[in-house]
Design a protein around this ligand. Sequence first.
Ligand code: ADP
Ligand code: MG
Length: 617
Amino acid sequence: MTERFIGIDLGTTNSCVATVEDGVPTVIANKGGYKTTPSMVAITESGRRLIGHIAKRQAITNAQNTVYAAKRLIGRKWSHASVEPARQVLPYKLVEGELGDVRIELREKAYAIPEISAMVLTEMKRIAEEHCGGPVEKAVITLPAYFNDGQRQATKDAGRIAGLDVIRVINEPTAAALAYGFKKNITKRVAVYDLGGGTFDISVLDIHEGVFEVLATSGDTFLGGEDFDQRIVEWLVLDFVKEHKIDLRTDVMALQRLRDAAENAKMQLSLSVSTEINLPFIITADSKPDALHLQRTLTREKFQELTADLVQRSITICERMLQEARLTTSDLNEVILVGGMTRVPAVQAAVKSFFGLDPAKSVHPDEVVALGAAVQAAALVGGAKGEEEKPTMLLLDVTPHHLGIMIAGGYFNVLISSNTTVPTSAMHTFTTVRDDQTTVKIVVLQGDSRVAQENELLGEFLLTDLPAGPRGTVEIDVRFDISSDGIVSVAAKDKTTGREQSIQVTASSRMSEDELSNIMGANDEFAVAEKNAEQFQALKNEVERSLRDIDRLLPGVRDFISASELGDGALKKIDAVKERARAAMQAQDIEALKSVHEPLDRAVTMLKGVTDRIAKP
Ligand code: ADP
Ligand code: MG
């Protein structure tokens, strides 16, 4: 018998588990018949642990000890910009862990976030085992494409704590595409738009006869249904303040009831154009004899007005991703909607209008990710139960963030750019920055900012006892590897002696806040510098290619642009950036060259878009 395996969609709000039975991907319902389980965990007064639906049901009366949306905190450091705002609004208590990580305190015990996620995973494992009638260990777990290395590691840790053998973590949109394209002999370019409870992801993939190749991915780990709910809550709160001069947010129970009511109203508005919000006895005021009630009508129109900017934010991310991938919406054949929030009419309308496509009908937004995870698990375990032939499937995913090291001056030097297909590796040579510098510190970063400090720190290590010599002459090779899971390892080698040091960047290798600020500080003592020549040449090649593209495309569209809404301003901008590029190449100024790289790319994308538009009647 082949081994049992499952795919788990560990969602911010809801989780779902699936397997492949007789060659058919199938979602496993729990005993109550529910196909999804709230990703919620609670500890009762008597110390009992509640997970899923029963945790959700008692959330109002036990708000401080009920955890929801823990995924928003997984793999985050206490110092991360998102933690403080979360602390302000969450009913449960966040405390700083020993390693500078975030912990959740429930009934005087502090839990690491992977521990909380592990409780949800344990429940999913249990649901599967009940269904299969025996132990299940092998699992593929999904995560947002935009998760960085720390978040990926922490998710794998959660699986391990839950007693699962996590054979792979895959990106949610990729999983959705796998389920969509499973056993269909199609050639299509699809966009997967996933708006869930806490996160937003967008990916573009080519599906071609069993090969799934991700072309680009982007997202926002702080954009989801919770934000929409929050808007309704704020609207209700402000109204209540106006009327009664009482801020309901100061009362934990009232706030939890508001949040519940807001979510219900939002869901109702997917079906009807208006809904009633009724919260009797919401609060008692010292000055008033009776408890106060809250009653409001929320129309779909008002809801859309309150949340229009959130919907637009997701579209802007889609736009940016296509631009970076040098694609336009006309390159796409299909758009797949994933996540509970894609039931919101305004979201559907925005997606349809931006992509100019009707979303695929065959996809169940709550189940498709888990199904895809199961499909991937089947492929990895080697043949689903009852199936004669191995599923033939190849998955080529990409890394969502730039990866590199800090160099002298506090800059971020990228070794592997975002949207590179994984697994991948890259090598680059760096040099010392001072005469007789015998130690260098390799600071490994992931992110999108040119300033080292603004990126996520993955880890660091020292390379000591380098041969003494004039600055710039001692060379160090740094090699990065990213696995199919998107997990990073780094090795550095002193070229003269051949001595090597490496780390696998693990969640547990994370360091204390003090160490952190030491590393990220302006301390250049152990800095490395780029060995410029090669990188300069590579960048120059790219810039020259863009300049050639511009020179080729511009003459055909110049008049059109000038007459269009873009106007002469757009043409002037292109000329200016071309000028800057030429000057940078002349001056051999790598920093200046880097700064024109992206604007040039954008110009090419724009020109291609216009060329296409003119070509089409
Ligand atoms: P996640 O993957 O982050 O766990 P889901 O895909 O399960 O999230 O989506 C959960 C979100 O979808 C929640 O914010 C929930 O309120 C919202 N949602 C679910 N059903 C509907 C609906 N019918 N109309 C509007 N929003 C919905
Ligand atoms: Mg989801």
